[in-house]
Ligand binder design. Structure first.
Ligand code: KG4
Ligand code: ZN
Length: 341
């Protein structure tokens, strides 16, 4: 049995979790500074880092106390090393190093993007997930399609050339006056209010016809901005729910189309989603319907494991148990999905 303490501090969440055998959650604690960032309309890195510093010890303490596990029983301390905000990452990385030294436990660095994939393994028999798999990692900072041949064996297929899908959701939420920060759920809620009505317009599906597996979401954000100003000028009122609905339709159509195309091209057995945007109910449903008649199994993490947390980070380390020396572990804000560790 493996017992792993995971730490995640890549952005505005301070999280710790204890996982056994990579799939069972024994304890999890999370503190978020998102309320502060709502006030400023986005994450202020300096504020996020200070909050990480205030929260990290209480969060780790709370998590270990809840689990009742003694430090001597851990097999490793693992930590997100990137990508993310450098000030936030450093807090987690240096805390993990200190714990690893104090407890004399192996230290394992984890790529946050790869960590997102492991939300699919929690409370599941891992042998149910067959490889090769196509993985769509879709978050606030990234939108990547990856061919996962096995644990630790990845081939990059494509990704966004500009904005990430989550970033587009966040910007559209601001444009529509729905939410100043982390606007995905607010756009989704507004879209639901329009669902079933007939729209007077649609948005282009960006890059849907390109031969590669790349995405682009900055044009659709500009199209939304344009739509908002045209409606304001001509009608004096903006049809917020209609725009939210059409925006969500366009983005989810492209994500599903390219993921299914990649799955077919590489003849994979599974499709896995991960990252904050995979909490989107329309994306989840469309992906399910698109793969229903195929032999490809679809795996989507439970909603609470789509956004940032330490459970997925700890799970990832169980399946990729590669400890590093303390001086080889450092925060790297611009780590990409291809930089495995
Ligand atoms: O993975 P995550 O928690 O943080 C990053 O690693 O970036 O993803 C956060 C992103 C935000 O852009 C947020 O608006 C988006 O995920 N998100 C959603 C939903 N829930 C979170 N986007 C669309 N629909 C949702 N239900
Ligand atoms: Zn994330």
């Amino acid at each position: 049995m493996s017992l792993i303490l995971g730490i995640e501090t890549s952005c505005d969440e301070t999280a710790a979790a204890i996982i056994s055998d990579g799939v069972r959650v024994l304890a999890s604690s999370l503190a978020s500074s998102s309320k502060l960032h709502k006030k400023t309309g986005g994450v202020v890195p300096e504020i996020a880092a200070r909050k990480q510093l205030e929260s990290i010890i209480p969060v780790v303490e709370d998590c270990t106390e809840k689990s009742g596990i003694k430090p001597s029983d851990f097999d490793a301390v693992v930590v997100t090393v990137g990508p993310g905000l450098i000030g936030s990452l450093i807090v987690g990385v240096e805390t993990a190093k200190a714990l690893s030294l104090a407890w004399n436990k192996p230290l394992i660095p984890i790529n946050h993007l790869i960590g997102h994939i492991y939300g699919n393994f929690i409370n599941r028999d891992p042998s149910e997930i067959y490889f090769p798999a196509v993985v769509l990692i879709v978050s606030g900072g990234h939108t990547d399609l990856v061919l996962m041949k096995d644990h630790g064996k990845f081939e990059y297929l494509g990704g966004t050339l500009d904005d990430a899908a989550g970033e587009a959701f966040d910007k559209v939420a601001r444009l529509l006056g729905l939410s100043p920060y982390m606007g995905g759920p607010a756009v989704s809620k507004a879209a639901k209010e329009w669902e079933g009505s007939s729209s007077s317009f649609t948005f282009k599906r960006p890059m849907v016809d390109s031969k590669d597996f790349n995405f682009s979401f900055s044009g659709i954000k500009t199209a939304v901005m344009h739509k908002v100003s045209v409606f304001k000028e001509n009608m004096g009122e903006v049809p917020v729910t209609e725009i939210a609905y059409e925006f969500q339709e366009a983005v989810t159509d492209v994500l599903v189309y390219k993921t299914v195309k990649a799955a077919e091209k590489y003849g994979v057995k599974s499709v896995l989603l991960g990252g904050g945007v995979s909490a989107n109910l329309v994306l989840r449903e469309k992906m399910k319907v698109s793969l229903e008649k195929s032999k490809i199994n679809l795996f989507i993490p439970p909603i609470e494991l789509c956004t940032d947390n330490a459970v997925t980070i700890a799970s990832c380390a169980h399946f990729n148990f590669y400890p590093r020396k303390i001086n080889e572990v450092y925060a790297n804000q611009s780590l990409s999905v291809s930089d495995y560790l």
